[in-house]
Ligand binder design. Structure first.
Ligand SMILES: [Zn+2]
Length: 173
């Protein structure tokens, strides 16, 4: 399989007609990692793979244009069948509470295995380095380093030297 990055959506604040808010699917080394799941991104993700084929999710922060469809992904995983293991979910403080509040009766922990950002993790073939970046709420950017591919990603961060540190030398920011 070729490495690829699929843009699920790029709208800021709300999804415009026919478009979606922030979301990306990184497919590399046979591993599928989702970066943010804002409004209207889930149908676009499901056009690329099934929910049960998602290996890990990174959510940068609790604003709904970056995390609203995590609730929809939770529902697919709960009711769509086909998945047994929980999906690792890397996110800073605030995301779980915000998304859980959308549907309190469906426990996110049933389908996701939350791991806090900032932090350093091995995520499939990637070393994930998550650092806090400035925003109105707790917000994390990540650097993903694979065998011959490196990607840095941030949601809504303001200017900060840490973003430069995450991105330095990567193939794609
Ligand atoms: Zn934001």
């Amino acid at each position: 399989m070729c490495n690829s990055l699929t843009v699920l959506g790029t709208c800021g604040a709300w999804p415009e007609a026919g478009r979606a808010a922030s979301g990306f699917l990184l497919e590399a080394y046979g591993f599928r990692l989702v970066l943010d799941l804002g409004y209207a991104t889930l149908p676009r993700l499901l056009a690329r793979c099934t929910a049960s084929e998602v290996d890990a999710v990174v959510i940068t922060h609790e604003h709904p244009d970056h995390c609203a469809d995590l609730s929809a992904l939770c529902r697919v995983l709960l009711y769509g069948g086909g998945r047994r293991d929980r999906v690792p979910l890397y996110c800073p403080t605030g995301v779980l509470g915000r998304v859980q509040a959308m549907e309190p009766t469906e426990d996110l922990h049933e389908v996701f295995e939350p791991r806090p950002l900032p932090g350093l993790y091995q995520v499939g073939p990637f070393l994930l380095n998550g650092r806090l970046l400035p925003h109105h709420v707790p917000h994390a950017g990540v650097r993903l380093t694979g065998p011959n591919l490196s990607v840095a990603y941030s949601g809504d961060a303001g200017p900060d030297h840490v973003l430069g540190e995450l991105a330095t030398g990567t193939d794609l920011l």
